[in-house]
Design a protein around this ligand. Structure first.
Ligand code: V0V
Length: 144
């Protein structure tokens, strides 16, 4: 490992939870845990309707991302069909998603995309296959 480039994780960006209904879930987290919805969008390419929830008052704190399927053939629809609602992914902030992806490839891990794709708020994202990361779908996020 000594000669391999650093992966360069900066912090936990968000934790993603798959839910069947976005507005019901936003209401549940607001009323139950007091979390504020700070962003909502539809990502057509990923086939998701998503909401970012702030946990507490620290603007730099990791967020909770609620992910609902926007179409039946999406990754989230498949996840819900197999596993039901629950934790779907763990996302890390990186400075340069291409460099971080290359550093992970150099360690033998499979990245899902050859080139980064568009994520929340115009970020650039890629994913490590869960089978190469101890059963966890790992997302890399380069903020916009
Ligand atoms: C599948 N597996 C998982 C998993 N999804 N394990 C842990 N966490 C997950 N989320 C397991 C599954 O149980 C199988 O295990 C194995 O992986 C292979 O399953 P598969 O049927 O071949 O794979 P699929 O078709 O379910 O696809 C899995 C992947 C897919 C990860 C390739 O979900 C994907 O492309 N994900 C990346 C995109 C994504 O998740 N988009 C939604 C979020 P066994 O049965 O073989 O043991 S979008 C987002 O996060 C945005 C926009 C953002 O943050 O900005």
């Amino acid at each position: 490992m000594a000669n391999l480039p650093l992966v360069g994780l900066l912090r936990i960006d968000h934790v993603g939870v798959a839910v069947p209904d976005l507005s019901e879930a936003v209401t549940f987290y607001a009323e139950t845990f007091g979390m504020r919805c700070v962003h909502e969008e539809v990502n057509e390419e990923q086939g998701v309707r998503e909401a970012m929830l702030a946990v507490g008052d620290d603007p730099g704190a990791p967020r909770l991302q609620l992910l609902a399927p926007a179409r039946p053939d999406s990754a989230i629809a498949k996840f819900l069909g197999r596993s039901g609602p629950g934790l779907q992914q763990l996302a890390y902030t990186v400075r340069d998603v291409r460099a971080s992806s290359d550093a992970l490839r150099a360690r033998g891990l499979r990245l899902l995309y050859d080139e980064p794709r568009r994520g929340t708020g115009g970020s650039l994202i890629n994913f490590v296959h869960p089978k190469d990361a101890g059963g966890v779908l790992v997302e890399l996020v380069q903020p916009a």
